[in-house]
Ligand binder design. Structure first.
Ligand code: BGC
Length: 766
């Protein structure tokens, strides 16, 4: 053979070898058992930050700071796939030792609860697209978000990462976000599947819950997201459901997720979740993350001794490969490390203002009058919290605090107050030690105190008083009732003192809530003139607050959860966060101890409880004011032959300022064999920006499945006979329009499987 021909064949041969296979079955046919196991166990993670010993073999991080990687399979050139948190931004390290001249900051977007408060799926999709771009350009294949567990208790430490107490809001938001991310060629992991609604004892909690509550509340959002957005992956949760870890639960991961809902991606565990690797593989928990040598050993042993079948292993490998083949890493995408951060700033700012909620606005205290001079109080105004802690945190380049945001947009601040806080905060910073690692909760500084005399003088030289109250929480622990849900005495005192001083001079006071979850408002809400929930608004938060305060943006956010009067008014307070199985045993500070919690409120979560049992609230679900007002009219309903109902109405901006409104449709199902909540949200739509006098027609379609309830006895969704009232309005307590649809006979809408059955009797609320 001539040398030139030989070289040509060599080059072609090499090219063919290097070419990656693009078919899961062809890959599986070539894999050894060890390689298959390597595909179902992640590459491990460095836990030295938590005081764990350094790994024996150094862990190679493709993208430093990402939460985990899959293992590479060199024989078939399968690359490591990169998984990164999280719900408020792409959590990776902002700097790299091997590239010291560059930074890798990701945008800190508003927390999920704020995004949900927008009730605007378009906002979620845009934010998702921005996340997708950052993942793609920083080399992340799968984003570990969105998180859509239910706000079961006001104290849930991770509620800020989750959307709502209502599964339809949670599901729709998750689907819109997922569609945005995945359109960029990056996958998501919808998490934490399922019923992971507390942090206390989170890896050892057995959630005892009825099949109906699972179906109607805790699974519903995931079902919507799976069916409406085809997420690449699902992350199973830490907890057990009725005695079985979710990651070891075949009924949950295979029967419901794949067989009933048609999920096509793969399931990964939450980090170190579950106990039995073989049971996880069998259940259809395809990938174990972050992956440990012990899991590898157990799975190999299972295959060897026959406890684990090769079919189960092959099935999981197939699920994984089908997704991996579409990842950017598999397609050899070279990250540019230059995402469109400038553009995303605008996305974050717009989303933040869209989700802020005006709870009160007496005598038009807001928007600020031109030439206002603002006396800006509260640590939250100067150290505004962008988001919560733990894996939901983001390594951001900066945070625009409320004080910066206002000043940089030309709002005059009273210098006596700003200088007072600057000095106080500098003093506190010198005393308080920074936290040891990112998982530790942030401990905000104590509020600064002012004397009545000082406040009187300040009130003379200002036109309005504004106070920002802050709260933070995060992964690993739930919140407390005292000094957290309830205000600290010093905070209440600060609000009262401020209101007194300003009201004496007929000047208004605004309280802003820089919070990640519900707080008590009933005892003090009468004092200020206006209350604005700014949530934890991400890095552009200060600008977004300015947009709302100045009226550049008209507030249009709505509460995605109820604000109860007292913590104990929420029915979950009866058993949250459950009890230890053996109270004499020690409790690990991070991993807790074996415990159980019984969801006695059953389907009566959030407004479904307050409303059905007529328990008064401080602010109801779906509530939020605007600088304008809207009228809603012309409700028409039409029942189509297939049982689907078309609902039309018209919304008009009846005020003097352009604004957006959220039209909400609830259904009140007839009581029959099953008890029903007095109403449940079925559909919602945010209007476009309506000018004064402008109208918008809204159309909803509701299927019989959406109107049905879960009949546990026969494991099926049924629409019971009787009158279904459809209620339309702008909050769960303001529903001026209604129509009735009659269902002449009880019908079975969808058959399901008898799974997730509790092993003990639950005395559920009826
Ligand atoms: C959290 C997940 C997160 C994972 C990886 C876990 O502790 O519960 O939400 O995605 O860590 O960081």
């Amino acid at each position: 053979m001539k040398t030139r021909t030989f070289l040509f064949l060599l080059v072609i041969g090499q090219a063919l070898c290097a070419q990656r296979l693009n078919n899961a079955q062809q890959i599986i046919d070539k894999l050894t058992t060890e390689e298959k196991v390597a595909l179902v166990v992640g590459a491990g993670v460095d836990m030295t930050w938590l005081g764990e010993p350094a790994p024996a073999v150094p862990i190679i991080e493709k993208v430093p700071g990402a939460a985990g990687n899959s293992q590479t399979i060199p024989s078939l050139d399968i690359p490591a796939i990169v998984f990164s948190d999280g719900p408020a931004g792409v959590r990776i390290n902002p700097t790299r030792a091997n590239d010291p001249n560059k930074t890798f900051y990701a945008t800190a977007f508003p927390v999920a609860t704020l995004l949900a408060s927008s009730f605007n799926e378009e906002v979620l999709e845009n934010v998702g697209a921005a996340f997708g771009d950052e993942c793609k350009e920083y080399g992340v294949d799968v984003l570990l978000a969105p998180a859509l567990n239910i706000h079961r208790s006001p104290l849930g430490g991770r509620n800020f990462e989750y959307y709502s107490e209502d599964p339809v809001v949670a599901g729709k938001m998750a689907a819109a976000f997922t569609n945005g991310v995945q359109a960029q060629g990056v996958g998501v992991s919808i998490k934490h599947f399922a019923a992971n609604n507390q942090e206390t004892n989170r890896t050892q909690i057995n959630t005892i819950v009825s099949e109906r509550a699972m179906r109607e509340i805790y699974l519903k959002g995931f079902e919507i997201a799976v069916k409406e957005s085809n997420p690449w992956t699902v992350m199973s949760s830490y907890n057990e459901i009725n005695g079985v870890y979710t990651s070891e639960n075949h009924d949950l991961l295979t029967t419901i997720l794949r067989e009933e809902w048609g999920f096509k991606g793969f399931v990964m565990t939450d980090w170190f979740a579950g106990k039995d690797a073989v049971a996880q593989v069998q259940a259809g928990n395809d990938l174990l993350m972050p992956g440990t040598p012990k899991q590898t050993k157990e799975i190999l042993a299972g295959i060897k001794d026959g406890t684990l079948s090769m079919e189960d292993l092959n099935r999981n490998v197939t699920h994984i490969l089908n997704i991996y083949l579409n990842t950017l890493s598999y397609k050899n995408n070279v990250p540019s490390n230059t995402p469109q951060l400038q553009l995303h700033k605008a996305v974050a700012r717009e989303a933040a203002s869209e989700g802020m909620i005006l709870l009160k606005n007496n005598k038009n205290a807001l928007p600020l009058k031109p030439e206002s001079n603002v006396a800006l109080f509260g640590i939250g105004s100067y150290m505004t919290i962008a988001g919560g802690t733990g894996s939901g945190d983001v390594n951001k380049a900066y945070m625009v605090t409320i004080s910066e945001g206002l000043q940089k947009t030309g709002v005059a601040l009273n210098p006596t107050v700003t200088q007072g806080y600057d000095k106080y905060i500098a003093e506190q910073k010198a005393i308080v030690k920074p936290k040891a690692n990112f998982f530790m909760p942030d401990v905000p500084f104590e509020e600064m105190t002012w004397t009545d005399e000082q406040l009187n003088t300040i009130a003379q030289t200002s036109s309005i008083g504004v106070f920002t109250l802050l709260r933070t929480s995060g992964e690993g622990s739930d919140r407390n009732v005292q000094n957290d849900f309830n205000l600290k005495p010093s905070e209440k005192q600060a609000i009262s003192q401020l209101c007194k001083a300003f009201h004496k001079q007929n000047k208004p006071v605004v309280i802003m809530l820089n919070i990640g979850g519900v707080i008590e408002t009933a005892s003090w809400k009468d004092e200020p003139d206006a209350i604005l929930v700014v949530w934890q608004p991400g890095q552009e938060g200060g600008y977004a607050v300015s947009d709302i305060l100045t009226g550049k943006v008209n507030p249009s956010g709505k509460l995605p959860m109820t604000f109860p009067i007292n913590y104990n008014d929420a029915y979950s307070a009866k058993n949250f966060p459950g009890k230890l199985i053996d109270p004499t045993k020690p409790v690990h500070p991070f991993f807790g101890a074996p415990a159980e919690v019984t969801y006695e409120e059953d389907i009566y979560v959030g407004y479904r409880y307050f409303d059905s049992f007529q328990v008064p609230t401080s602010y109801p679900f779906g509530f939020g004011l605007s600088y304008t007002n809207f009228t809603i009219s012309d409700l028409k309903t039409e029942k189509l032959a297939n049982g689907t109902v078309k609902v039309n109405c018209t919304i008009t901006n009846a005020g003097k300022t352009a604004g957006k409104e959220v039209v909400q449709l609830y259904s009140a199902a007839p009581k029959g064999k099953l008890n029903k909540p007095s109403k449940e949200l079925k559909c919602f739509e945010k209007t476009i920006l309506l000018n004064p006098g402008q109208k918008q027609d809204i159309e909803f379609t509701i299927t019989p499945y959406q109107l049905s309830s879960y009949d546990t006895e026969n494991s099926q969704w049924i629409m019971e006979k009787g009158d279904y009232k459809l209620l339309v309005g702008t909050s769960s307590e303001n529903l001026p329009l209604s129509a009735t649809i009659n269902q002449s006979a009880t019908t079975v809408v969808l058959k399901a499987n008898k799974v997730l059955t509790p092993k003990v009797a639950i005395s559920v609320l009826k």
